[in-house]
Design a protein around this ligand. Sequence first.
Ligand code: G4P
Length: 193
Amino acid sequence: MKLLEDRIMKDGLALSETILKVDSFINHQVDLTLMQEIGKVFASIYKDKGITRVFTIESSGIAPAAFTALELGVPMVILKKQTSKILVGDVYQTNITSFTKGTNYELTLSAKYISAGDKILVIDDFLANGEAASGAAKLVEMGGGSVVGIGILIEKSFQKGRKRLQDAGYQVTSLARIAKLSRGKVELTEADV
Ligand code: G4P
């Protein structure tokens, strides 16, 4: 997606060989006009796939997921990150380890917001090792739904997430794909859109 790629090249900051800082338009300050355009792009790709809910993982996936859900006319569900197993009510949980942040949490979905036969589009900001997206897919399947696609804003193609998700049979749509990062330098490769 040219608009996002151009913005990454203009405002993204490569902090190291693994971390791209996008605080000024995705992770801290949020450019809602850009998020709205992103929502339109994901919706145009998935509009005929019978999506019933858009799932995302708190917190930075919420803005693009909201605009995608709005465009598709379906609810958005925010998967929660809980620090421990808190089994209040009927919930599905799976443990996630973030290699980038060195954190560990229980990704949590209330059984109220997934039904057998649900067709889910998962949206998230970054794809690194695919831990969060794989966890989201697992929760969907625990609830009897299926994952129709996984939409990513920025894929770090030098990490294993995309391969992991595709090997598991999921369709991955990345709006920007980073081939290489080095301090102060971002190299993109061809995106899916
Ligand atoms: P994975 O799910 O693909 O395996 O990714 P990983 O655990 O390695 O990273 C998870 C967290 O780190 C996510 O944030 C993700 O957005 C963030 N992240 C990964 N790579 C980068 C990067 O290069 N730059 C930035 N800015 N963030 C990155 P999170 O814990 O879900 O937090 P939130 O921002 O959504 O609240």
